[in-house]
Design a protein around this ligand. Structure first.
Ligand code: AMP
Length: 283
């Protein structure tokens, strides 16, 4: 595995490989890797000759009161996991490398996809998707992959990145990969580390309520209000839980729907204690 912290030598290396090999697959992450991340890497391996992974806890996607400082990090462990997966390139830049020595300020260029970013999580995390779209665009320019892989776990993020890449004519195919869960159904997330033992148990209500909703839909219920009420009622039985939102949305526009159709997505963000979790299920 070739490791880089600097953009220039990485770009030189990439341009060289692009002359020689066929396809580069890219998986951007914030590290503290789990099976969800590894599933993206394995998917990337299938189509590409070279797989590149980035680890960068991107400061511009965290709000001033969010967990940027305490976000879990363990580069040593991550490197071991990546070597085991036979990843070819790891890029783990510093914030200075990505945003310059003057730090992040209003002189920087930012990318916004406002329509898709202002709703759902964007309402509760202003500026979050602007930071995400910007860092992903930068990473795509640096790595120049043929394919880039994103998890459906972050459904809104995937939709926004697809739109951003399309709008900016970035020559990359954005590929959405399945949401990976723990055996008991909890969606894998680096942030699950924050949960205490009892909160870890409480957090199962997200998956349970989604499963119940999918079952209702399978049995013929199409009325969104009825389904969402059921989900909310289930979640509200858990003391440590506080709902930010629950919607059933169109997968392209992220607009809430009144009558559920195939491919719509049930999306939710729920606090369990001090940890904000997101989850979703495709209908
Ligand atoms: P993160 O490190 O949380 O920024 O995630 C990096 C990538 O891994 C994103 O594309 C996420 O959607 C994806 N990812 C995170 N958790 C999961 C999961 N449980 N299943 C599938 N993909 C995931």
């Amino acid at each position: 595995m070739k490791k880089f912290t600097k953009i220039k030598p990485l770009t030189k290396y990439i341009l060289n490989i692009k002359k020689k090999v066929k396809k580069i697959g890219f998986v951007p992450t914030m590290g503290y890797l789990h099976e969800g991340h590894l599933s993206l890497i394995r998917e990337a391996k299938k189509k590409s000759d070279i797989v590149a992974v980035s680890i960068f806890v991107n400061p511009t996607q965290f709000g001033p009161k969010e967990d940027f400082r305490k976000y879990p990090r363990d580069l040593r462990r991550d490197v071991k996991l990546l070597k085991k997966e036979k990843v070819d390139i790891l890029f783990y830049p510093t914030a200075v490398e990505m945003y310059g020595t003057k730090g992040i300020n209003s002189k920087n260029t930012f990318i916004g996809v406002p329509e898709l970013s202002n709703k759902l999580c964007g309402k509760y995390r202003p500026g979050h998707f602007r930071g995400v779209a910007t860092v992903v665009a930068k990473l795509l320019n640096i790595i120049q992959p043929d394919y880039a892989y994103f998890g459906k776990k972050d459904f809104q993020q995937l939709v926004i990145i697809k739109k951003m890449a399309e709008d900016l004519n970035i020559p990359v195919k954005i590929i959405g990969c399945p949401l990976i869960r723990e055996k008991d159904g909890l969606a894998m997330s680096s942030r699950n580390k924050y949960l205490t033992k009892s909160e870890r148990n409480d957090a199962l209500i997200l998956y349970r309520s989604l499963k119940e909703a999918v079952l209702m839909i399978k049995k013929g219920e199409k009325n969104t209000d009825i389904i969402i009420n059921k989900i909310k009622n289930m979640i509200e039985t858990v003391k440590s839980a506080k709902i930010d939102y629950v919607y059933i949305v169109n997968p392209d526009t992220l607009e809430p729907v009144e009558i559920v159709k195939k491919k719509d997505v049930i999306v939710m963000a729920v606090w369990i204690g001090k940890t904000r979790l997101i989850d979703n299920a495709e209908v």
